[in-house]
Design a protein around this ligand. Sequence first.
Ligand code: SAH
Length: 396
Amino acid sequence: MALLHPTLKIKPREGKRARAGSPWLFSNEIVVDAEIKRLDPGAAVNIVLDDGVPLGTAIFNPRTLIAARIVDRTPDLALDAAFFAERLRRADALRARLFATPFYRVVHAEADGLPGLVVDRYGDVICVQMGATGMDTRTDDIVTAIREVFAPRSIVLRNDFHGRTMEGLTSETKLAFGPEPAEITFQENGATFICDPMTGQKTGWFYDQRANRAFAARFAKGRSVLDVFSHAGGFALAGLAAGASEAMCIDASEKALTLAGRAAEASGFADRLNLRKADAFEAMEDMAAQGVTFGVVISDPPAFAKSRKDIEPAARAYRKMARLAAGVVEPGGILVLGSCSHHIDPERFHAECAAGIHLARRPARLLRSAGADADHPVHPHLPETAYLKALTFALD
Ligand code: SAH
């Protein structure tokens, strides 16, 4: 019987990681013959090892280092709207067991069997990010499947992120279905938050820190909280909801701080929140010089390492961040340090945080080492995609 997809062969002795369970095949592992050269980026292919063993159905991109991403171990699977609907239902069923309301990341790429695809649910608004050409070329089927499974009011394609250029894709925000959504109001960790799915950072909200915010909030009662790189106040407001005496958000973005302020208003604790628009490093140095300290300090910056060549300068920046943040923690206080750079592995991040805290001359103990919340699962064969790190220390 004729096959649906062309065959992509793996070179002799290559494909070991994929054979062992990884979904990725690198460009140096594949045989590029005349037929493969004619394929469009994003084409579906059947992966076959040199010894004839089939590895499954993949999406192919001749332009990227990751040449093929296996979608399923079944060969010749049709990647159509029905396929996407089935994957969305499976991913959503898992989240529905974790969360009472539909506010979570419902698809986290490879870990949910949809390489390069991210889908966030904000109630009846769905935000999508396509980070692989094989997903981008199937936008229509993905949108059809989302409509079928979630019956949303609006679907927004937040394809305005840097990673797409590596795939040869353009950066843009597009409304794929329904009216342009307004701001969204939702509950998390006992507080009310506001996000803008059209223009907010990433898809509007960072769900990945939800559980880490809840953990930090357990130390907040009766104490002051400093939320550095606060964005819209996820950590600060969780602390206030847990009974913090007061909180301060520091961010360079006026827009993020305005959302934090309005969220505090909506939550009923605006009188306990201070907002400071500043460079985080300068603000921390400034406060330390004035002897200002807080009971719980969180510093959760944007990715300092955007690529491999940034690793060393980023590592130095994390060390400095840890040193400065430790300097504004009161005696017996708590320090939470975050990193979302996937180029900085957990061991390195731990080492830089420990070094920075030591430079601040603060004896400390590590209470908790965590990653992203469970709606951001990790593919077991791609530990390097576990980008988020959050370390909680108690300082003397
Ligand atoms: N902690 C947040 C997420 C932080 S995202 C949460 O839990 O949701 C990183 C934030 O750092 C962004 O809001 C960005 O505006 C801010 N930022 C980037 N560079 C900064 C700088 N030099 N000083 C202060 N804030 C900065």
